[in-house]
Design a protein around this ligand. Structure first.
Ligand SMILES: *Cc1c(COP(=O)(O)O)cnc(C)c1O
Ligand SMILES: [Zn+2]
Length: 464
């Protein structure tokens, strides 16, 4: 392949490639996942990461303002004229001393990468700007995804903000948080609710896209992952280009962890960093495929020789037992992660670990994140809950430098938050109790008072 930029099968033993403008996104030889691949030696690569600091002075240029495209030399698949940005990635790394007590870390060592500040309220915008740009390059008029909510919200925002494409989104019935559904509807996406869960919707959207020639923006799309690499560039930037010891991320479809692994691997190849951080992926206990495979069954990437048979048997077993993913963290309520092989590869590159956390741990961690100043949705808090566990186990030490990614905004899922803090036992039971959440450890209950000045004053003096 003489092109500088193309798509390449992730299996080292398979030479399958696709041209950069091919939208099949699967290896033509083996049907597996593909990467966006670059002949770096024939592309202009900056001599050091400090190069990107000059972009701060060019913020009037939308491409230099975007938290994704100001790193465009590290995802150079599109000519600048195709790039579609809506101001995504204006997110920063925040030192989180307030949370150090909860997770038992030394102060100054914990950072949160808060991706809830994106235009659609989740990290998905980092990937969507890249996929959307690619869709534009290939002349797509319609774009589709299956979604637990945030991918569809992001697609809907990009389509409505640019007027360039029609958004078609597939969601499972009754499985989408209201904040996210509200976005899809408000931004005019064609919303198709199928009787099934996310994993069903994912299969259908692939079939439909293929049959109707609709551009697919799920994270099977390798261009999306190119955009998501930038989350790690911003983490490095926040640490003055030093590599943290750990990056902790919730795992759903496993696009993010795959993108992070590729980001660090490439930076090392390019000589722009000298070591890789370790990665920790956190599953919800009710959707713990990666945990089961990686930690319980010991499945590893093994330079591409991963045991496909064993993985297939695991999925067959899930199906046979009609096991459905179930967690309050709806963004990671996924049993058949499409990026599993890429995630295994990232875990190998970055000496990774995988943990599972219960809905109780997730919601308690979320309440702690909130009380210390950042609002996140349940799935995001899995990273903090996972850190707490890894600290208890001693896998991570008090003094290591740790970055937890907060993937989405608090207002995405108000139901979970209100139920956690609710004084109404029925609401608690309906939303959380049935998921095994026993005690809202950090509930901030509203105070019920009669409409009486004296009583109101008494209540305030009592509680504040
Ligand atoms: C999509 C999403 C996740 C899961 O990310 P994957 O890349 O699918 O593993 C986690 N949290 C939030 C808020 C999300 O929207
Ligand atoms: Zn292949």
């Amino acid at each position: 392949m003489s092109e500088r930029i193309y798509q390449r099968c992730i299996q080292p033993d398979c030479a399958g490639t696709l041209a950069v403008d091919d939208t099949r996104f699967l290896c033509p030889r083996c049907g597996g996942l593909v990467d966006v691949a670059y002949e770096w030696s024939r592309l202009p690569v900056p001599p050091s990461l400090r190069f990107f600091e000059q972009r701060w002075a060019e913020r009037q240029d939308p491409l230099s303002c975007s938290g994704v495209w100001r790193f465009r030399e590290l995802l150079p698949f599109a000519e600048p004229r195709w790039i579609m940005t809506i101001g995504e990635g204006q997110t920063i790394l925040q030192q989180a001393d307030g949370l150090c007590g909860y997770v038992n870390m030394n102060r100054g060592r914990l950072y949160l990468q808060y991706e809830g500040l994106n235009p659609s309220g989740s990290f998905k915008d980092n990937g969507m700007t890249a996929a959307f740009t690619h869709a534009r390059m290939v002349g797509a008029r319609r774009a589709a995804c299956a979604s637990t909510g945030n991918t569809s919200a992001s697609l809907a925002v990009f389509c409505s903000a640019t007027g360039l494409m029609r958004a078609i989104i597939f969601i499972g019935s009754g499985k989408i948080a209201y904040g996210k559904l509200a976005q899809a509807l408000d931004h005019g996406a064609l919303t198709i609710q199928i009787a099934g869960d996310f994993d069903d919707a994912m299969q259908r959207v692939q079939q439909v896209s293929q049959q109707l020639g609709i551009y697919l923006v799920n994270s099977i799309n390798p261009f999306r992952l190119e955009g998501q690499k930038s989350i790690m560039y911003r983490v490095l930037e926040g640490l003055r280009w030093e590599v943290p010891d750990w990056v902790i991320v919730p795992g759903g479809n496993l696009g993010n962890v795959s993108a992070f692994g590729k980001a660090f691997f490439e930076l090392q190849q390019l000589g722009l960093i000298s070591r890789l951080p370790r990665l920790a992926v956190i599953n919800a206990a009710g959707a713990n495929t990666l945990y089961q495979l990686y930690e319980e069954q010991g499945i590893r990437w093994r330079a591409g020789a991963w045991p496909r048979q064993q993985v297939q048997e695991f999925f067959q077993q899930l199906q046979a037992q009609h096991r459905r993913a179930s967690t309050i963290a709806s963004a990671i309520e996924i049993n058949q992660p499409v990026n599993l092989p890429k995630a295994l590869r990232a875990l190998e590159w970055c000496d990774g670990v995988v943990r599972e956390v219960t809905d109780q741990e997730i919601l308690d961690a979320k309440a702690q994140v909130g009380v210390h100043g950042l609002g996140c949705e349940p799935a995001s808090a899995a990273s903090v809950a996972g850190l707490k566990r890894l600290r208890q186990e001693g896998v991570i030490s008090k003094d290591e430098r740790v970055v937890c990614v907060l993937t989405g905004h608090q207002l995405k899922d108000p139901t979970a938050t209100v139920a956690y803090h609710s004084t109404d036992p029925q609401m608690f039971e309906e939303v959380l109790g049935k998921r095994g959440v026993r005690r809202p450890t950090f509930a901030n209950r509203s105070v019920q008072v009669p409409n009486d000045l004296g009583e109101i004053i008494k209540a305030i003096e009592l509680y504040a």
